[in-house]
Each structure stands twice: as C-alpha cells, then as structure tokens.
Design a protein around this ligand. Structure first.
Ligand code: NDP
Length: 247
C-alpha cells in the first residue's frame, strides 16, 4: 500500500484522534490541525508519542480562509503534498431557532461548512494534478434528518453533502474522490457533554443497536474511503449510525 500524506482537521478531538491513529497505523504520514488557541496541543502530541505515534500538528482556524491557506502552504512545504483530506473539525451551538442568535448561526456555519471550502480549495487541485486524492467530509446524521435545537448544525452538515456531490462530479475524472460520512451518536466528548439522563432517555432509545458508536468504527470507514480499493466510491453519503436513520 502506498504511503500517503493525510491531513485531519480537528485531529485532537474525539473522532479526529481515532482517525489519526487509524491512518498512522496503516502507514500514512498524518498531519493534524488544531485551533490556534488550543493550549493542550503539545500535551496531546506527547501522549501520542508515548503510544508510538508521531504526528505533525499545525495551528489552523478552519473557519478562516487565510488561516487555512497559510497552514496548508506550511504543511506542503514541511511535510509534503496532501493526498487525503479529512474535514472533521466541527462545533455545535445548540438552541431552538426561536432563541438562536446570529453569532451562533455564523459560528456553526463558518466552522462546519465554510471550513470545507477553506481547506478543500487549497488542496484539491493539487490532488487532481497528481491524479490521486481523497476528500472525506465528516457530516452527521442530523444533517440527514434534522434535529431539534440544531437548525445551524443541521444546515451546515446537510450543506457539506451538497458540496460533496458537486465536487465529486467535477473531480471524478481526475482520480480524486469526494465523499461524506454521516455518523450517528458516537461516544466522544461532544456527545458525552449531553446530560446522562438525556442520553439514556432520549438518545439511546432512538438507536436500534442500543448503544453509541465507537470512534474507531468511524475511523475504519475513513480508512476504507482513503484507500485505493475505494476508488469507485465518490459522491456517496455513508451512514454509520447503528440503524438510527436509514435512507
Ligand atoms: P470534538 O469536539 O471532540 O472535536 C472537534 C474538533 O474540531 C476539535 O479537535 C477542535 O479543535 C476542532 N475545531 C473546532 N473548531 C475549530 C476551528 N475553528 N479551527 C480548527 N479546529 C477546530 O468533536 P468530535 O470528535 O465528536 O466530532 C468530530 C466531527 O464529527 C465534528 O465535525 C462533528 O460535528 C462530527 N460528528 C460527531 C458526532 C459524535 O457523535 N461525536 C456525530 C456526528 C458527527 P481544538 O480542540 O483544537 O479547538
């Protein structure tokens, strides 16, 4: 298997860490980005070194085009051209639409959706010129079905898949695939921040498998989509949700 350079945005978060570990275990050079204000980045890198992984890490505000461009230029110069881009960074600012202010709308759209433009724009034409590339967008089941209190998040995550389908068409003859993964509830910090009683009474009962997903299960799907074997998969939105939502 060819060694690739893979960049995972938000790679120090719950899902991102599992994705970084899986791609590194497959022999890829893995770059992660973190927020410029993340004071725990070095601590995370040290903990990964103890586990035997050596990741490259760069500050990058994915919501800012200039920050993304500067970061990706540095990565190209210092690590190499990016073959696999995993647009994973994301945030929630949940509240009912009635109470949602413009700042919560903008933050979620900029971080979850504008970020896909900011990052992809700076790498995909290079992938096309080299004739091989993978763009994997981490969306959400709530982008497929909507969720109470998440008009901003559902809009951003649904928008990601619209992007995926259009970009997949444009790059389909260039060896570059563009796909969406839509996880259901995965047991990361983002989900564990939901009060236990809400998890147990409202969320788990919606999942036919009766459990949260594991970050490693999503990472396994990212690994597949990044592989040569997945060359014929493009423009897909792959659900990984324990049967919670089927389309
Ligand atoms: P985490 O909160 O653990 O991780 C999110 C990551 O995004 C963090 O590492 C954070 O980096 C990064 N991030 C946030 N804002 C920015 C920014 N402006 N610039 C750069 N990085 C940023 O969440 P998860 O791991 O749970 O989620 C990962 C992705 O999966 C998200 O897109 C989420 O929407 C999606 N998802 C998650 C599900 C779940 O059940 N957990 C279900 C469905 C989808 P830093 O810490 O450095 O700020």
């Amino acid at each position: 298997m060819a060694q690739r350079v893979a960049l995972v945005t938000g790679g120090m978060g719950g899902l991102g860490e599992a994705i970084c570990i899986k791609l590194a275990a497959l022999g890829h050079k893995v770059v992660t980005t973190h927020s410029p204000g993340n004071t725990k980045a070095q601590e995370w890198l040290d903990s990964m070194t103890k586990l035997g992984f050596s990741f490259h890490a760069y500050p990058c505000d994915v919501a800012s085009f200039d920050s993304a461009q500067a970061c990706l230029k540095r990565v190209a110069g210092e690590v190499g051209a990016i073959d696999v881009l995993v647009n994973n960074a994301g945030i929630t600012r949940d509240t009912t639409f009635r109470k949602m202010d413009k700042a919560s709308w903008d933050a979620v759209i900029e971080t979850n959706l504008d970020s896909v433009f900011n990052m992809t724009k700076n790498v995909i034409d290079g992938m096309a010129e080299r004739g091989w590339g993978r763009v994997i967008n981490i969306s959400s089941v709530n982008g497929q079905k909507g969720a109470f209190g998440q008009t901003n998040y559902s809009a951003a995550k649904a928008g990601m898949h619209g992007f995926t389908k259009a970009a997949a068409l444009e790059y389909s003859k260039k060896g570059v695939t563009v796909n969406t993964i839509s996880p259901g509830y995965i047991g990361t910090k983002m989900v564990m921040a939901i009060p236990t009683e809400v998890l147990e009474s409202k969320i788990i009962p919606q999942i036919p498998m009766g459990r949260l997903g594991k970050p490693e299960e999503v990472a396994g799907l990212v690994a597949y989509l990044s592989s040569d074997e997945a060359a014929f998969v493009t423009g897909a939105n792959i659900a990984i949700n324990g049967g919670q939502h089927m389309q």
